[in-house]
Write a protein that binds this ligand. Structure first.
Ligand SMILES: Nc1ncnc2c1ncn2[C@@H]1O[C@H](COP(=O)(O)OP(=O)(O)OP(=O)(O)O)[C@@H](O)[C@H]1O
Ligand SMILES: [Mg+2]
Length: 328
């Protein structure tokens, strides 16, 4: 995309026009060239990014446009704090395995990055696949959480609500008229649905943008391939850092659930020992670290490795079967 595309009679999209008002007409093309085509995107960059991408030369100028972009999209410290408090009240994502949910304190928290490490064949990918399914489960737990916040009996709310495919959440009334006309007549039930859907929309903007679980099944894998050898280590770590920073912003802003798996590497110590790959950048970048180990042919142990409110080593077992991961 370039400024030229909007020449002649083509109308410049609003997002680009807003960006132009911040970065100025003279610089706009450079921003578009590197894929920064909205104020929202600009707000995610850092001054050092803009300089290394050769979009701007001066640090102060880069810092100024980023500050303006962040203010324009409401990325202020106060909002960030509010968002964190909000996220804490959102429901957790079940893994479908009771023991593991208990270990996780009820499931995965939104807005956090879960690092899952383990040797090849440990079950990291299977774990992620399972989350891709559980994230689509009927939203009973979500409804329970919202209902209790609103002072409605959670069980009654769940009973009263008709569970529909997520694509129908935002057109509930039409869905009900089509699928279940008699439901409409039972006014009190519809009332519950209406009351629930409003906060549901507000609380899950991620849903309206189409997804709420972000899985990166091996972040380090491609970095290991593309930056082989110690001579590329510094650049690899810097880029890795930038990717993690970007992921964290998105996960927080959209209230997403997020899992990043990681490979392990051997440390040359007597008796052998394993550590996570990606150095301090990856180690510090995840909110929580869990480690999956084999505990028998089809049994796995998931262990708290670096979790703020848990002792190292606290663990739960699960079983790999042909289809799902289950309790042992
Ligand atoms: N029905 C089954 N019963 C027991 N074990 C199974 C079954 N199906 C798959 N497995 C085991 O599950 C593991 C698959 O794990 P998965 O692919 O999730 O590992 P991973 O941690 O992602 O590994 P990698 O680092 O190589 O990506 C394998 O060890 C496989 O032997
Ligand atoms: Mg895998």
């Amino acid at each position: 995309m370039s400024v030229g595309e909007y020449g002649g009679n083509a109308k410049e999209p609003d997002a680009v026009a807003k960006l132009r008002s911040i970065v100025g007409s003279r610089n706009l093309e450079k921003f578009l060239m590197v894929g920064i085509d909205s104020v929202r995107k600009l707000a995610d960059y850092t001054p050092a990014d803009l300089i290394s991408l050769k979009v701007l030369d001066e640090y102060d100028e880069a810092a100024r446009v980023i500050r303006m972009a962040r203010e324009a999209v409401g990325e202020t410290l106060l909002l960030d704090y509010k968002r964190r408090v909000e996220i804490r009240s959102l429901p957790r994502l079940t893994t479908g395995i009771k023991a593991v949910d208990e270990l996780l304190g009820g499931g995965l928290e939104p807005g956090k990055i879960y690092g899952i490490a383990g040797e090849f064949g440990a079950g990291k990918s299977r774990f992620c696949h399972q989350l891709c399914v559980t994230v689509q489960l009927p939203p009973d737990d979500l409804i329970r959480g919202i209902a209790s916040k609103m002072g409605i009996d959670p069980d009654r709310a769940v009973e009263s609500v008709l569970v529909v495919d997520s694509s129908d959440y935002f057109n509930m009334e039409e869905f009900l008229r089509r699928e279940w006309p008699s439901f409409i007549e039972e006014g009190y039930k519809l009332l519950v649905i209406d009351t629930l859907i409003g906060p549901f929309r507000q609380q899950f903007p991620g849903r309206e943008e189409g997804y709420k679980l972000l899985v990166i099944d091996t972040l380090i894998g491609p970095f290991r391939q593309q930056f082989p050898g110690r001579e590329h280590l510094a650049e690899r770590q810097q880029r890795l850092n930038r990717v993690i920073g970007w992921v964290l912003k998105h996960v927080r802003r959209r209230h997403l659930y997020c899992v990043i798996t990681d490979q392990v590497q051997a440390e040359p110590t007597y008796g052998g020992s394993l550590k996570i790959t990606g150095g301090h950048v990856l180690a510090h970048g995840m909110t929580y670290w869990y480690w999956i180990q084999s505990a028998g042919s089809n049994v796995r142990r998931i262990m708290a490795y670096d979790v703020i409110n848990k002792a190292y080593g606290e663990s739960a077992l699960f079983k790999i079967t042909d289809d799902v991961l289950t309790d042992v």
